[in-house]
Design a protein around this ligand. Structure first.
Ligand code: BGC
Length: 749
């Protein structure tokens, strides 16, 4: 009980704190301490601070290095007793007593696992993301972790890329808003509190644009696109006060990020005024040799440090090579000093010099009831209702028997998703368990998984499941991807359901009973056929520890779905990249032209219409960005502008009526899209600029207002200047990126 009170106070304080949040600014006292310490450090001690090691278990060995001042940070130590033991060596036994910075990938929860970030993005609820990150920080810091490598805010437009799961999807604005919220959540209202952990926006930058959606691959993002699409989420994270940044693995236009002075110095430091620390990604300094950007580890170290990397993750080229490079004058000691300043500044800001140790008794925060409740709510809000024919959902009291089928119905490990090092499957509640608990003896639950795991191809199981399911009133089919199928290095060239899951859905549909398909995955999958075979489809991405109870509530109408797709769902993999904010061609398709099966024999060369589409897939998506249904329906009306002629420093005000025209109370995610009709360079057909969550009771109608400063229509133009170009614009207040009535306005000089 006490925990509850404490927690709910925490959450309201959290909201207050988030409004009050200010970015960390240089504090004279900290700067004095940094300079003082720096002036007493030997070169070896400086290089030690620039070295991050991964725990390799041997305490004696690691303590030896720490004692000599050769380690500034350690990742992957999560036992508070061991963390304190190592910290004691740093603080009490090393010459200068500089505390260690203890890091871990806490991506969507530490013990209590929230939906994968892509799922959280589907909620379009930054407060939810902030609360999730806060809870992750409270739990992780109790293990002694004070630095997470999150949020991952790589705009990603290719679902073949396994790491799409870790980010907020395809949209620049949504990613910026959610990413900044996560930074606030991790860092709390002040970095130096013992429950605050430093955030590390990653991967700087462009990593999500890997060619072919294959991880680590090269990118080719020209500066304008980099600035208009990929950099804004990082700028927002820096503004939210992110203490650290991580470079990305990719080379963009031939320059690996870890050796890229333009992004690390010109943009991050000079334009944005970032004064925290920059870490390389895992061995990405040394990997510049494999890239062919450095001849050997010496040149790699030189290029990384001179470009602006302060700390090197695990590849030791700094410690090994910098002494020689300094002697030869290839790296100035002033460059090393600046890197060490950035590192020490973060350590001071975290309060590590005053409070280096973790309270080993704080372990009861793990899986606290309020954390589980928040994780459940996050899973509820992350689920997207893609289809609901004849209102099969929510299930009514007339449903007396359900069949629970599919490899994801009772797969506690798999529903947690990627990047879960610390969450435990034993603490995870699956849909099967939650459904049984929810329905008690009122509904008979027939459980027949059909397939043991998502890649399983065993057709015997499929036949058995279909036979059992035929006895039910409704079939609930839990399909998707095992957690290993998404995440780092886990890319796919085929996005159809794996194994015999398609056959499973087809066999279930053949029973004639309504099939409700629930998909748990790390990315949008090409599920067109299975959608057709199902009466209803709920897409939940990987929903985390409390995915089961959240889905059970949604299926039985104890909660109403409100999530919207944070990424375009392609029909076929060959359509990728497919994203809503694309530029227009000179020949845009407006309808699906003649498709493959309708082409007459010996058709004339131009008879199909010369527009931009695929003959086998048309031009549109299976589901557009921002799409999602509810159990209720919403009507948009009377979209009006306060003024349709605006100056650059004006604020656009658009009012509209929203009515709940259905039977259930529900939340609609209203989206405001804008198009700049003519630019000095071609502009996206639509760009999300604002969104708002509105809860309405059945029959309730509200007049609402969205405001948008015209300055936010600025983009990097033909002269590579960020500016608002006067002219004609259009906007849509809409339920997704495809619908809504176009409203015109002008920006005048
Ligand atoms: C990943 C990073 C991660 C780091 C540390 C790398 O392989 O790209 O995202 O933070 O490992 O685990």
């Amino acid at each position: 009980m006490r925990r509850w009170v404490y927690y709910s106070m925490g959450l309201s304080l959290l909201f207050f704190a988030s409004c009050m949040h200010k970015t960390e600014t240089k504090d004279d006292d900290v700067e004095r301490k940094v300079e003082n310490l720096l002036s007493r450090m030997t070169l070896e001690e400086k290089l030690g601070q620039m070295n991050q090691i991964s725990s390799y278990g041997n305490m004696e060995d690691m303590s030896g290095l720490i004692k000599k001042g050769e380690v500034g940070s350690i990742l992957n130590e999560i036992d508070p007793v061991r963390v304190n033991a190592l910290q004691r060596v740093a603080v009490e036994e090393s010459r200068l007593g500089i505390p260690l910075l203890v890091a871990r990938d806490v991506i969507h929860g530490f013990k209590t696992i929230f939906p994968i970030p892509l799922g959280q993005a589907a909620s379009f609820n930054p407060q939810l993301a902030e609360d999730g990150a806060r809870i992750a920080a409270i739990e992780a810091s109790a293990a002694g972790i004070r630095w997470t490598f999150a949020p991952m805010i790589d705009v990603a437009r290719d679902p073949r890329w396994g790491r799409m799961a870790e980010g907020c999807g395809e949209d620049t604005y949504l990613t910026a808003v959610m990413g900044a919220a996560m930074v606030r959540g991790f860092q709390g209202d002040s970095l130096n509190k013992s429950t605050s952990i430093a955030a590390c926006p990653k991967h700087f930058v462009g990593y999500g644009a890997a060619e072919g959606g294959r991880d680590y691959n090269s990118t080719f993002i020209p500066e304008r696109r980099l600035r208009n699409v990929y950099l804004p989420p990082f700028e927002a994270a820096a503004k939210a006060g992110a203490a650290t940044f991580m470079t990305s693995f990719n080379d963009n236009d031939g320059v690996p990020s870890t050796g890229n002075t333009f992004i690390l110095k010109d943009v991050l430091r000079d334009e944005w005024g970032f004064d925290g620390l920059v870490i390389s990604d895992w061995a990405s300094a040394a990997e510049m040799v494999a890239h062919g950007f450095a001849a050997d580890s010496k040149e790699a170290a030189m290029k990384a440090v001179n470009a602006g990397v302060d700390m090197e993750m695990v590849s030791y080229t700094f410690v090994k090579e910098l002494p020689g490079l300094i002697k030869e004058g290839k790296v100035k000691e002033a460059v090393v000093d600046e890197a060490v300043r950035n590192i020490l500044r973060v350590k001071y800001r975290l309060g590590l010099f005053d409070n280096p140790y973790v309270d080993e008794k704080r372990q009861e925060v793990m899986y606290a009831p309020a954390h589980l409740e928040a994780a459940k709510q996050a899973a509820v809000e992350s689920a997207i209702l893609l289809k609901n024919d004849r209102e099969v959902l929510p299930l009514q009291a007339s449903v007396k028997t359900v069949a629970v089928v599919g490899p994801m119905a009772n797969a506690p490990y798999e529903q947690l998703g990627t990047w879960v090092f610390d969450g435990e499957k034993t603490r995870t509640v699956t849909p099967l368990t939650a459904i049984k608990e929810l329905v008690g003896d009122k509904v008979q639950v027939i459980y027949e998984p059909g397939l043991a795991y998502s890649r399983d191809k065993n057709m015997d199981g499929v036949a058995k499941a279909a036979a059992s399911a035929a006895r039910a009133d409704v079939i609930l089919a839990f399909v998707g991807e095992e957690s290993i199928l998404s995440g780092e290095a886990h890319c796919l060239a085929d996005l159809n359901l794996q194994g015999a899951q398609n056959e499973l859905i087809a066999a279930l549909a053949k029973t004639g009973k309504p099939v409700v398909m629930v998909v748990m995955a790390g990315r949008p999958l090409t599920i067109g056929k299975e959608v057709e075979a199902s009466s209803a489809v709920l897409y939940s991405f990987h929903p985390g520890t409390m995915g089961g109870p959240a889905l059970a509530d949604l299926l039985w109408g104890k909660a109403v779905p409100c999530g919207k797709t944070p990424v375009t769902f392609p029909k076929m993999v060959g359509q990728i990249p497919l994203y809503y904010a694309h530029n227009n061609t000179g020949r845009p398709a407006t309808r699906n032209e003649v498709l493959l099966n309708d082409i007459p024999l010996e058709a004339g060369q131009t008879s199909l219409g010369c527009t931009s589409f695929y003959m086998d897939a048309g031009f549109d998506a299976l589901y557009p960005f921002g799409y999602g249904l509810s159990y209720t329906t919403f009507k948009y009306e009377n979209v009006k502008l306060a003024s349709a002629n605006l100056k650059k420093d004006d604020v656009l005000k658009v009012t509209f009526d929203l009515e709940n025209t259905g039977k259930y109370e529900g939340t609609e995610i209203v989206q405001l899209y804008v198009q700049d009709k003519v630019g000095s360079v071609t502009r996206p057909v639509k760009e999300l600029k604002r969104f708002m969550r509105v809860n309405l009771k059945p029959g309730e109608r509200k007049t609402l207002t969205l405001e948008l400063p015209i300055s936010e229509l600025a983009f990097w133009n033909i002269d590579m200047v960020k500016t608002v170009e006067p002219g004609d614009f259009a906007l849509w207040v809409a339920p997704d990126s495809r619908r809504g009535e176009e409203v015109a306005f002008k920006v005048v000089d």
